[in-house]
Write a protein that binds this ligand. Structure first.
Ligand code: CIR
Length: 255
């Protein structure tokens, strides 16, 4: 069984944090419809949805990925880099404690789950504007007992490491080489985004399905040519909040 923890769109999402993109109006009713379809895609991929209560006062709270890092042995509750986002973690921790023992990052450490890419026992962490050395150090210290190696890597031009690279198969990655150096991922099959779609590197692998933003048709076609089973979802409204498909769920694999 696979659990997907999600949270519905906040009515205040229009006041979300933005770093690399301009603010444009978000259609909240449409965002809710798209989020329901995203959850449906997760169900079709084999997930059971655990939906957290909506947080009217927390604009970015749909982006549950940033509040935790879920591994087979343990879940790490983060301390998000944006101060406005720190209250999001309490309810995520309450939900996760049903499935995992918890570690919690502490000040002055900051880390967003969107910066964390786990491939086997290697955990790549983006040194971004959201995840600092102290946060990455705490993650490494907390996870070393489970045999994980934490590897900090620079990202440029985008919010999070997983804006630049995500896992699309056991040893396969989808990447925008302008934002992260593919040389960090020796031994993996690397597929580049179509250059017309710099934001296209964020895909959510669940089982054998790739949940992927419908706004990137060229990269989608490329993935299909490589034989990937792509499930396109419309996420225009969370994209206006600088989010994408991995950000809106926490995937918890149950043995
Ligand atoms: C933020 O700036 O924190 C939100 N507006 C977007 C977070 C997206 N999260 C993610 O990519 N993991």
């Amino acid at each position: 069984m696979i659990i997907a923890i999600t949270r519905d769109i906040s009515p205040s999402m229009g006041q979300c944090e933005l770093t690399y993109i301009e603010r444009v109006e978000i259609d909240i009713p449409l965002a809710r419809v798209q989020h329901a379809a995203y959850e449906q895609a997760l169900v079709q991929a084999g997930c059971q949805i655990v939906s957290l209560p909506v947080e009217p006062g927390l604009p970015d709270s749909v982006f549950v990925e940033d509040a935790a890092v879920v591994l087979d042995e343990v879940a790490v509750i983060t301390r998000p880099g944006a101060e406005s986002r720190r209250p999001e973690t309490a309810s995520v921790a309450r939900a996760l404690q049903a499935y995992r023992s918890l570690l919690t990052l502490e000040a002055p450490g900051t880390l967003d789950g969107g910066d964390v890419l786990c491939i086997g026992k290697k955990i790549f962490v983006g040194s971004s504007s959201r995840s600092n050395q102290a946060g990455i150090g705490q993650l490494a210290a907390g996870l070393s007992r489970f045999g994980y190696q934490v590897i900090p890597i620079p990202v440029k031009g985008c919010l999070h490491l997983k804006s630049a690279v995500t896992q699309i198969g056991t040893d396969a990655l989808l990447i925008n080489p302008a934002w992260v150096d593919p040389g960090f991922f020796q031994g993996c099959q690397i597929i580049h985004v179509d250059p017309r779609e710099p934001d296209g590197a964020n895909a959510l692998l669940v089982g054998k399905q790739l949940i992927y933003a419908a706004s990137h048709p060229y990269t989608c076609e490329r993935l299909e040519e490589y034989g990937y089973r792509v499930v396109p979802v419309a996420v225009s409204e969370v994209e206006k909040a600088e989010g994408a498909v991995t950000c809106c769920s926490l995937i918890v694999s149950m043995a």
